[in-house]
Design a protein around this ligand. Structure first.
Ligand SMILES: Nc1nc2c(ncn2[C@@H]2O[C@H](COP(=O)(O)OP(=O)(O)O)[C@@H](O)[C@H]2O)c(=O)[nH]1
Ligand SMILES: [Mg+2]
Length: 459
């Protein structure tokens, strides 16, 4: 049986604990509401809907923070007339009918009304805070609505958090189910745990919640595969890039500069596509101590120091070029200036390609040199785009700090042979969008992009 109407959830809690941030993360919408370190930014109730295959399953409501729960609890306790015994919801109803709900406790009344109209509440906690009386009173006021409450421990990734204290205090208040969910760096299975805990409190909503869980996981897999494909496409484009230039120092210098620029721009396109795939905006990655500023890499792709930092082995042309000064292959900042087209074609594609393609080039390119992008640059591109993909997958949509990338610990991509699809691409300049008249839709190229994406997706 499917639910006729979506489940209604209300996000409640003290001001500035991350309620709006939780909604941003759950809806994957960095533009939801207004997030601020200033208290009381959210002044009214705002909602968002989660649907699967066009069917609305969950309505989420953000609420203003509770500010004066201590006074409100006292007020609620004084609402009983002599000889009367009201239960929680009756007390709350009486409060909402009275004038104080429009004056002194206007903010609180909005929250309680919303919770009464919802199926359950998510009570967001800043786990760095000590369990103060005001929080206990807040929970008492919210519990009076008679709706299931699921505590969500936010800010649990920092060093100064008091998770154990909170667990103890919540248990004493009869709240035994809770979830940890840092909105900035949510756990990989954060949504699953949250929805599963809710299903324990709201048995009838289990089918909807299960659909949300399944859909969420399907989408995560699809995004990872889509991301790996974007990276594979970038790598193939760069590996296949081959430009010729007349043997003239000034022309060579210009051609190298142009290729540098184009490869950087191509990488940038990949970064932007990944940010979009993960529903982050370039501006979400605000400048911090690095490395992605406003969605751009701040360190330079062709800087040997960048290669060293990521532990990429610099070999082949780069080493030969450095040793010989000017050898067969001279490496100019990550770009190989090949002596002859045929040499490059043979190295990349083997004898068959050379026959097929080399003979034509050979005549045409006499007196020419050709530019290709060095293996080391391909390695760097693969490493950092893969890191970016992993960072985006683990990032909450409430994050405001720059995306920071750690140096990967595994050896993959740093040394050893490059994957077969890239070796093949070396001999197919027509596969590169960086070359004139590219043929990007060729079945063989697409097949190699898929194969490479599969390799990239491996941990
Ligand atoms: N480090 C960290 N900061 C958070 C987290 N959740 C919220 N914040 C920050 O805390 C502040 C208040 O968040 P907001 O969502 O506006 O709180 P609200 O008033 O409860 O809606 C903002 O500056 C957020 O960026 C979290 O899980 N980790
Ligand atoms: Mg808010």
């Amino acid at each position: 049986m499917t639910e006729a109407r979506p489940l209604k959830l209300c996000v409640v809690g003290h001001t500035n604990v991350g309620k709006t941030s939780l909604l941003r993360t759950l809806t994957r919408d960095p533009g939801f509401g207004e997030v601020s370190h200033r208290p009381s930014t959210t002044r009214h109730v705002e909602g968002a809907r989660l649907s699967v295959d066009g069917q609305p399953l969950l309505d989420l409501y953000d609420t203003p923070g509770l500010e004066d729960a201590i006074a409100l609890l006292e007020y609620l306790e004084r609402l009983e007339r002599p000889g009367e015994r009201l239960d929680g919801p009756a007390r709350v109803a009486r409060f909402l009918e009275g004038s104080e709900a429009r004056q002194r406790f206007e903010q609180e009344a909005k929250v309680l009304r919303q919770l009464l109209g919802s199926d359950a509440g998510l009570y967001v906690i800043d786990a760095r805070e000590p369990v103060l009386a005001k929080y206990r009173d807040e929970l008492a006021v919210l519990s009076a609505c008679g709706k299931p409450l699921l505590p969500v421990l936010n800010f649990v990734n920092g060093p100064r958090q008091r998770e154990d204290e909170w667990r103890g205090a919540l248990a004493r208040l009869g709240l035994h189910a809770l979830v940890r969910f840092d909105t900035v760096a949510p756990p990989i299975d954060g949504e699953r745990r949250l929805y599963e805990s809710l299903a324990l409190l709201l048995e009838s909503a289990r089918p909807s919640l299960q659909r949300l869980i399944d859909d969420h996981e399907r989408q995560a897999v699809a995004r990872r595969q889509g991301g790996a494909r974007l990276i594979a496409d970038l790598l193939l484009d760069v590996a296949a890039c081959r430009r010729s230039v007349a043997t003239d120092p000034e022309l060579e210098r210009q051609a190298v500069a142009a290729l540098h620029r184009d490869v950087r721009a191509r990488e940038q396109r990949c970064v932007e596509a990944l940010l979009e795939l993960y529903a982050f905006r370039p501006g979400d990655a605000r400048s911090g101590d690095l490395p992605l500023e406003q969605g751009r890499w701040s360190d330079d792709l062709f800087n040997p120091e960048t290669l060293r930092q990521l532990g990429v082995r610099v070999g082949g042309g780069m080493a030969a070029g450095a040793a010989a000064g000017a050898g067969v292959d001279l490496l100019v900042g990550g770009i190989t200036l090949g002596a002859a087209a045929l040499v490059g074609a043979l190295a990349g594609g083997g004898a068959q390609t050379a026959r097929h393609y080399g003979s034509r080039l050979l005549g045409k390119l006499r007196g020419q040199r050709e530019l290709t992008v060095d293996d080391a640059v391909l390695r760097l591109l693969a490493l950092r785009q893969r890191q970016l993909l992993a960072a985006l997958a683990a990032r909450g949509h409430a994050a405001t700090e720059a995306i920071s990338l750690e140096t990967p610990q595994d050896k993959s991509w740093r040394e050893g042979r490059l994957p077969e699809p890239l070796q093949r691409a070396r001999a197919h300049p027509e596969w590169s969008s960086l070359n004139p008249n590219p043929q990007l839709e060729q079945a063989e190229r697409q097949g190699l992009v898929d194969a490479l994406a599969g390799e990239l997706a491996q941990p």
